[in-house]
Write a protein that binds this ligand. Sequence first.
Ligand SMILES: Cc1cc2nc3c(=O)[nH]c(=O)nc-3n(C[C@H](O)[C@H](O)[C@H](O)COP(=O)(O)OP(=O)(O)OC[C@H]3O[C@@H](n4cnc5c(N)ncnc54)[C@H](O)[C@@H]3O)c2cc1C
Length: 301
Amino acid sequence: MQRNELPEVRGEYKFNFSLKSLSFFKVGGCCDVLFIPADVDDLLQFLSKKPENLEVTILGNMSNVLISDYGISGCVIQLRHLDKIEFYDNYVEVQAGVLLSKFISECAQKGISCCEKLFCIPGSVGGAVCMNAGIPGFEISDVLISVSGISFPGVPKIFLKDELNMAYRNGNIPRDFIVTSAKLKTFAKDNNAILSEIKEIKAKRLKSQPIGQATCGSTFKNPSGTAPQGAKAWELIKRAGCDRLSVGGAKVSEKHCNFLINTGGAKASDFVELIEIIKQKVFEETGYELQEEIKRIGSKW
Ligand SMILES: Cc1cc2nc3c(=O)[nH]c(=O)nc-3n(C[C@H](O)[C@H](O)[C@H](O)COP(=O)(O)OP(=O)(O)OC[C@H]3O[C@@H](n4cnc5c(N)ncnc54)[C@H](O)[C@@H]3O)c2cc1C
């Protein structure tokens, strides 16, 4: 991929870019080109003028993706410069590249309640909408009004929440749609109350999750009604004796066995092997087929 094959943009292009250091698992190969648009117009220009056969993959903060060791062919787009937040009377329009933690901290300072329950989820707003990020009892769809974005090959579009049919860890965003911003409901709330809620969430997470380690959070979705005795994914993993497993540098976290960690030098293929072993053992022990929450990205595995 050469610079002169791509449209003129105001944002940045990075060629043969290694995604490993950006990905939360600290694994993965290169993409042919990384494009970081300057703003929504720049993204629109790129999509409408890019070569037709150039594959495009959109990534957020890479906190829920397992990137192939062989990398991602074509162009990866990351929206880190789409970082605007506009507050209105009872809603906020927040661009996809804003990190949830930054957005929630800004809301807290202003005494605005929105999705503070999601503090400590290390994703971007775009990734959170796409994954319908949540905790037990709350998910981002609970405050979502609408999602703005661009359909390939460059058509701006708005989806109202009800058009999306969002479900547990599934924003149901069409495959050819890039989320550029989300409109979220807001409520007035005492800022000290929000700040103490955030403090509590931080303390709870530090105790129960391997925070600071190379992980993408929960590997598997919690089962729906069909799991044995309504068990959570971590309970099934433990019951199947998988809570101490490792493959190469990929290991089941001792702090939370639904989290996998890179102990150093893991490859994406180690994680894939470990995931498959866990699925197999859990199925043999409980008859339940675990569903992956993390997304495998890349054309070759
Ligand atoms: C320590 C830790 C704790 C976590 N805890 C939770 C938790 O409690 N609850 C929870 O739900 N998740 C949790 N996660 C997982 C993760 O942070 C969330 O899924 C987050 O929403 C992913 O956002 P991201 O920006 O990193 O997206 P990425 O990981 O980059 O991408 C995730 C998916 O979204 C797509 N995507 C990203 N941006 C866009 C966009 N703008 N337009 C269209 N598609 C897009 C990508 O193609 C990909 O399919 C945790 C992760 C970690 C590391």
